[in-house]
Design a protein around this ligand. Sequence first.
Ligand SMILES: Cc1cc2nc3c(=O)[nH]c(=O)nc-3n(C[C@H](O)[C@H](O)[C@H](O)COP(=O)(O)O)c2cc1C
Length: 175
Amino acid sequence: MQENIERISRPLELAASFMSAMSRVASSVALVTTIDENGQPHGLAATTFLSVSMNPASALICVNRSASASPVIKDSGVFCVVPLQSIHEEISARFIRPDNRDKRFVHSRWRTGPAGLPFIDDASAVFCSVAREVEHGTHTVIIGNVHSVIVPEVQDSLVYMGGRYVRLDAGDVEN
Ligand SMILES: Cc1cc2nc3c(=O)[nH]c(=O)nc-3n(C[C@H](O)[C@H](O)[C@H](O)COP(=O)(O)O)c2cc1C
């Protein structure tokens, strides 16, 4: 046992083991969108989003500082979390791959919400302003105060596990 603990405590192996352990956790996928000073939308697909508190209503995201949207969220001070459903698999893929940056906001489902923040018309949307930022390692943990929310009828959740999208049983979801 002691041998195992020592073996995985070397930094590179530790990171690989940690990534492997986390890949076994099912996570819901959201888009995080923001807008720059010229009104251009930016965003990323993220599995790190959660509610922090209901009073004040607040949400948390973790953004890699190498992501193209990272400096834009910092500058604009606003972001929108768009939790996805399984029908949004294709749109999610556009936000994961850097070569698709110019195709991210071309879909007809995009709408403009408060503060010019983009959201899609058949998903929930949580509009936030940045309240707190903590840099740790490669990422910035961002807590946002929630200003408005759109809640359409939701069928299911887009879930990622083991390096791929997995389906939730639609019968498990109640609106
Ligand atoms: C399943 C999955 C979850 C991800 N979650 C996050 C996340 O929570 N935070 C983050 O900064 N990037 C996350 N990424 C990476 C981004 O979606 C994206 O690949 C990266 O920001 C590159 O964006 P860019 O081309 O705009 O720089 C995730 C990628 C995948 C495949």
